[in-house]
Design a binder for this molecule. Sequence first.
Ligand code: ATP
Ligand code: MG
Ligand code: FE
Length: 341
Amino acid sequence: NLILAFESSCDETSVAVIENGEKILANVVATQINSHKRFGGVVPEVASRHHIEQITICIDEALQEAHVQTQELSAVAVTYGPGLVGALLVGVSAAKAFAYANDLPLIPVNHMAGHIYAARFVKPIVFPAMALLVSGGHTELVYMPYENEFQIIGETRDDAAGEAYDKIGRVLGISYPAGKTIDELAHQGQDSFHFPRAMVHEDNFDFSFSGLKSAFINTVHHADQIHETLNKADLAASFQQSVIDVIVKKTLWACDQFAIKQLILAGGVAANHGLRDTLATELAAKQPQLDFVKAPLKLCGDNAAMIGAAGYVAMKHHVFADASLNAAPSLEFDWVPDAVK
Ligand code: ATP
Ligand code: MG
Ligand code: FE
């Protein structure tokens, strides 16, 4: 089985060739970060234009790198949501055209399922599983009883974790996306500010990061007003420790409440070294029977390889789309039983 996978939901144009849902033959990622940096975030119009310029180049490169001929492909998988509508449309249109021209089945993939299935490149997913999904637009705990069922048991009520990183990054003068730089800075500082840990003792699996963001911004602005210079590394370390404390506590609790066999850490913020290490240490100490799998560092951010892995699972469950497939910017996981929501 060879899947040609497409990803274009935000600011990465990516095309991959995946063998049997588990082996990456090619994963070409064209990032647009440099074009968006000066605006401090992703500009939708600019993103769409870049995707259009890059998509066919990515297809050619991926097939070449994989040493795969079009006739050898089994299916085409594509992210159809969630994401920016104009950005998604480029990938969806390209995938539809490619599938139609080459008489291949088309598999619609939820971008967030893709993030989770990035972990598949480390080892097989064991069910029931729990996924901690932390990214630029989402912060969720997802219970997965079976391989194609996703049930959100908790999520952020305001900012996503990655969004909070990017917003406080702006205050520190760190360019978009700020997560990686703040992570590095945090390792040189200490949690001397003790920012709030929102909702950590609440009886649910939800998160909130806007209070932390405000506390951080107020601290920096106040210091500015009295011409005091704060230690940036300590600020970063304090922010990061607050984020990690809350996420790790809630995740461990969720793992304890659900009979699961494996915890998956995925999404752009899963690249955070502090989070990866703390979660591993805490799990080993408190729930040693639970298997823990982290998405590979290089596959935490947006890429088409993860879409190919999720597409392979969807294909096994006969999830196909026809030429009427459209971009779904606010796509959610469709299986949410009444008992939960
Ligand atoms: P979504 O997947 O929710 O639709 P997205 O695709 O824009 O959103 P991702 O590409 O999954 O988001 O992740 C990007 C986010 O990850 C950015 O907010 C970035 O700052 C953050 N990030 C990347 N590396 C790190 C890190 N080491 N520590 C913290 N955050 C990080
Ligand atoms: Mg991105
Ligand atoms: Fe993403």
